[in-house]
Design a protein around this ligand. Structure first.
Ligand code: PBG
Ligand code: ZN
Length: 305
């Protein structure tokens, strides 16, 4: 009766990795229970997700081929575009969110195109805008840019509006730190940078005020959701954003956070279910309205009782 915070199934967003090809279902070694899957398996899992009452998935793509400019990212028949159409055909009521970034599609693994050895912010904006538009054209319900280029929310908003997609919200990875917690994801998405790192465009984990600046900038550019990523080591930042902004706030419970729970539970060092629920609840308590989590299906089953 006096409980202050609740975790609900409809707070959860489930990430999925769609791989080019047929009959692929390959478990990611560092992420037990999470797979690279070809489209027919993605659709089957999307049905399961929907039946569990989880309202949304977020999609990541592993294309047939990568190149310097990430062509598959904005191709009408790219891996994500095909996946969106397949899900929408079979499970139309499931919300489809797409990750908008270049790193899954570039042969160098960076989140933008490269000039003089580093990511070229403004040239990348054009490609991100094309990517988001092609996701919307394929039927995506929400686009979620994770690249951390400056000006991308405005670039996405403009191209969507110009093309009749005024109603498609932009979920901004507004506050995204340069984090070692993304390690397992980069195996899953095959997106480890071939040289250097992402510290020229992702944030310094030491910075709190910069998080407010990033969020303010995205608000000014008309973001519809703000995200903090990673979540667990940044609960203070979630609270800070909740107290300062009135947009829906999303926590990304990232791959490394998932792997740590799974590894400790597999060793019987902790009670995996309890640690999972406590961790997700802590994100809600810190201020998150929604949580992107690889635990979504397990948590949904426990919440159903
Ligand atoms: C792509 C992207 C990343 C994640 C989500 N989108 C990786 C990165 O920035 O290196 C990480 C998610 C996770 O670790 O679960 N930009
Ligand atoms: Zn990226």
């Amino acid at each position: 009766m006096v409980r202050e915070t609740h975790l609900r199934v409809d707070d959860l967003i489930y990430p999925m990795f769609s791989a080019f090809g047929e009959n692929i279902k390959k478990e990611i070694p560092s992420m037990p229970g999470i797979y690279q899957q070809s489209i027919e398996h993605i659709v089957a899992e999307a049905k399961e997700v929907y039946e569990l009452g989880i309202p949304a998935v977020i999609l990541f793509g592993i294309p047939e081929a990568k190149d310097a400019v990430g062509s598959d990212a904005y191709c009408a028949s790219g891996i994500i575009q095909n996946t969106i159409r397949a899900i929408k055909e079979e499970v139309p009521e499931l919300l489809v969110i797409t990750d908008v970034c270049m790193c899954e599609y570039t042969d160098h693994g960076h989140c933008g195109i490269i000039k003089d050895g580093d990511v070229d912010n403004d040239a990348t904006l054009e490609l991100l805008a094309k990517e988001a538009l092609s996701h919307a054209q394929a039927g995506a319900d929400i686009v979620a840019p994770s690249d951390m280029m400056d000006g991308r929310i405005a670039a996405l908003r403009d191209i969507l509006d110009e093309n009749g997609f005024e109603h498609i919200p932009v979920m901004s990875y507004a506050v995204k730190y340069a984090s070692a917690y993304y390690g397992p994801f980069r195996d899953a998405a095959e997106s480890t940078p071939a040289f250097g790192d992402r510290r020229t465009y992702q944030m310094d984990p030491a910075n709190r005020l910069e998080a407010l600046r990033e969020a303010n900038q995205d608000l000014a550019e008309a973001a519809d959701f703000l995200m903090v990523k990673p979540a667990l080591a940044y609960l203070d930042i979630l609270r800070e954003l909740k107290d300062n902004f009135d947009l829906p706030l999303v926590a990304y419970n990232v791959s490394g956070e998932y792997s740590m729970v799974k590894a400790a539970a597999a060793n019987d060092w902790v009670d995996g279910d309890r640690v999972m629920m406590e961790t997700l609840l802590s994100m809600k308590r810190a201020g998150a309205d929604l949580i992107i989590t690889y635990h979504a299906k397990e948590a949904a089953r426990l919440l159903k009782g």
